[in-house]
Design a protein around this ligand. Sequence first.
Ligand code: GLA
Ligand code: ZN
Length: 669
Amino acid sequence: MNKILYGGDYNPEQWPKETWKEDMRLFGMASVDTLTINVFSWAALQPSENEYNFSVLDEIIETVSAADMKICLATATATHPAWMARKYPEVLRVNTDGSKRKFGDRQNSCPNSPVYRKYSAQLAQKLAERYGKLDNLIAWHVSNEFGGFCYCETCEKAFRKWLAQKYKTIESLNEAWNAHFWGHTYYDWNEIVIPSHLGGEWAHNRTSCQIQSIDYRRFNSDSVLDCYLAEAKVLKEITPDIPVTTNLMGTFWDLDYQKWGKNMDFIAWDNYPSPGTPYTRTAMNHALMRGCGDGKPFFLLEQTPSVTNWQPYNSLKRPGVMRLWSYQALAHGSDTVMFFQMRRSRGCCEKFHGAVIDHCGHENTRVFRETAELGAELKKLGDSFAGSRLAGDAAVLYDWDNWWAASLSAGPTVNMNYPEEVFRFYDALAKQNISVDVIGMNTPLDTYKILCAPILYMVKPGVADKLKEFVSKGGILVTTYFSGMVNEYDLVTIDGYPGELRSLCGLWVEETDALPADQFNRLVCSEGKLAGTWKADLLCDIIHTEGAEVIARYADDFYAGTPALCRNSYGKGQVWYLGSRPEAPFLDRFTALICDECGITPVFPPQEGIEAARRIKGESEFVFVLNHNQSVTEVTIPFACRDLLTDKAFAPNERYSLPVAGVLILMKA
Ligand code: GLA
Ligand code: ZN
């Protein structure tokens, strides 16, 4: 790629043709070079079962190609046409309460519907045949934001097949599902239902048989992935050189994106932080998405230039913030900056969603000016860091099975928020301005010095051994309460928690106390840099050490004085076990301590509100420095370098006043 791509979702079919011309003029002014088109055009392209009409799309493609735009061509299959729902009601989803859905909305197609599968693949095929040879076609964008669940009979039958493939015999399913509990023994595959509000699940993800519910989520993620793959297969047959992707959504409950990532040519994702989202939380999403693609550069496929329409309060991005967050995506490995949407639509629920071109239709707006300024900057940056990668020194583990399993667990607490638990560690590490990856269970660990694996509740086959190898070779592993509890079938590992991690942690947990939301215990710590008394909440494990050293003890309740935080030496490395959830300032100190101990140096000196990330390309290093503070912030540039945005050269230890929302891209000399 010879530059960072710039553009976004463009829906000209919503506008008269005179407007298209004006759009091209404005895109030129804003240095836009890439458009995602055709996202919601199925109904237009296929007016009835045996009729296709590509004339409008032909004209759109001619128009954008004549304007030198690159095209991300969507397959338009996120919304099936209304005639299809009428003629083949089987394409419609069924809700968890058993009610059949009607036409309307997107992602409303049953993922296992043969009719949906047939016609979505057929549309992809026709698009590939018609447009596959375009010079400016850079990627296929399948459907749009896949997600959701279906509880229909077709899915139920497919679920039984999926289970039969997994468990082979009904007896082994009964065993894995612990089916004697509440008399859930099955004698025939056809007796098994999808757990729903009609049976097996209640509101708020409460469920009677967690493994059945976990398996259903695994199955549903696979079913939806099969829809993606059915289209990808025909696209690849016809256009083997055009990469295929779809837009993911960060920490998205419905789909196991790590499994998805293995099936995508590259990762693309949509970034919509809420006002007030900590910048490190957005950074974690970028890192998670990057990790789903094995660390390769990804596409920021959507962000709003200014405002969303779907949050409770749709605040404007303040001046400079769109730019800042765009560079944040680039800092964390994106090779694009793309928006939803290019022109603000006139009707329906996204008419108040921000766009590059606003309802007023001209370029004299704050948002357009900011977009054009950023476009010009990206042009100037050229291919400097495009295609480069990050290299994490520390990693945080994120695992969808763990997320599902820990969240569906009945007890010990309803306040188990897996993404937030992982975020606490990501946040503390990221604030050290070191390079942090977010990885799955299958990612090799040899390049990392630190691995934080909070709530490692479900230990799948091979994971304990992998962690043992990591630590014995010198790695630092950090884990917490509610870890090592169950195997892949959600069956408790019964020789003392944390089960398979027990010898690694050098302790066992006898009981776990859950604290209501407003209560806390305190950790008394004597260890040098961690010394002090710290609040801790959520869960308190009552721990017996078996070789681990006690670093902090509880201050309160009947278990006062017992171990709360332990460190175990294992081979050349160490394992830290946090029996309770310490307050954030403790984690800040703690992560600083362990980074120091294993010699991880920050990519830029840590400082409040100043984010730094480093991309590497061959011998070149690019350090992005971003000011998220509400005030001008003075930073010290530790190395000789040049800022790619202003060409300003810096000598080591030079001070610099970074404006509000200011950005530096420092290329080391
Ligand atoms: C998603 C979708 C877009 C649009 C935006 C609005 O990311 O992919 O089609 O609905 O949300 O924020
Ligand atoms: Zn279905």
